[in-house]
Design a protein around this ligand. Structure first.
Ligand code: PAF
Length: 284
């Protein structure tokens, strides 16, 4: 496995695809078993001859709070060991001035509509997706992968990156990876390690709320049910919403829907989502 941090080093690897089947897994490090799923899927997609490239970069432009950025878990050595064990070919772990060179404008581009759907991430993390799009576009341009794997846990991010890639004709296939979960259902996340014991126990209410939503025949009832489960666990929800799975706009008859939650648990912001099937059954 090669570990590189500059554009020059990157260009000396086989990472910059020319139809060679390179598959990128963009990460902010702090690897957990959910990342292992992303990497395994990338390996599968790359096949025997393609390369799996993992980028590790805690992107400052997508954080709203400087304390959140500062406290984001970082352990590059452990992350590289993790990648090595999973058969990654190249780790690209650039410093900030390689991603955002001081003398070069890294464009933001036009934000896809799905990034600013009212009541979801943009309402609580304004500018977050502009930062995500900026870094993902930059990584795509530097690495030129054939495909890139993104987790379904960040459902809105998955839709935003897909919409940006289509709109800008970036020519990268976006491969979604199902969410890895702890035995009690909590979605795996680098932020989970910031939870204290009490908050960790309470956080299990988030997947329970998604499950409760699926027992409800209408979107409104599902939203009430989710908020109820969260409140009973002492969790303050930022949003608990049922939306069109693709556009994240209001639900449409006969179109797949998604239940989405963002909540603060013991001061740690967690997000999760799942398919919401009740609408299809009830024609909500
Ligand atoms: O999902 C993440 O870890 C980040 O948002 C990403 C895609 C690596 C961009 O910084």
């Amino acid at each position: 496995m090669q570990i590189v941090s500059t554009i020059e080093e990157l260009s000396q690897t086989d990472a910059q695809g020319a139809g060679g089947g390179e598959v990128l897994v963009p990460t902010m490090g702090a690897m957990h078993p959910g990342h292992a799923d992303l990497i395994r899927l990338a390996r599968e997609r790359a096949g025997a001859s393609g390369k799996v490239v993992v980028s590790i970069f805690v992107n400052p432009s997508q954080f709203n709070e400087s304390t959140d950025f500062e406290h984001y878990p970082r352990d590059l050595d452990a992350d590289c060991d993790f990648c090595q064990r999973l058969g990654v070919d190249i780790v690209f772990a650039p410093p900030p001035d390689v991603v955002y060179p001081p003398d070069e404008e890294v464009p933001v581009g036009e934000l896809p509509a799905v990034a600013t759907e009212p009541g979801l991430e943009d309402a609580y993390r304004p500018g977050h997706f502009a930062g995500v799009c900026r870094v993902v576009r930059r990584l795509f341009l530097l690495i030129k992968p054939e495909a890139a794997v993104f987790g379904e846990k960040d459902w809105q991010q998955l839709r935003v990156v897909g919409a940006m890639t289509d709109a800008e004709g970036l020519g990268v296939e976006i491969v979604p990876c199902p969410t890895a979960r702890e035995p009690d259902g909590l979605a795996m996340s680098s932020r989970n390690r910031l939870l204290n014991t009490e908050a960790r126990a309470a956080a299990a209410a988030i997947p329970q709320a998604l499950e409760a939503a699926n027992a409800c025949p209408t979107a409104v009832a599902a939203q009430v049910a989710m908020l109820g489960v969260l409140a009973r666990a002492g969790i303050e929800a930022e949003y608990a919403a049922i939306r069109d799975a693709e556009t994240l706009d209001e639900v449409q008859p006969d179109a797949p829907c998604r239940a989405l939650i963002a909540a603060r648990v013991g001061g740690v912001r967690l997000i999760d989502n799942g398919p919401w099937a009740a609408a299809l059954l009830a024609g909500d």
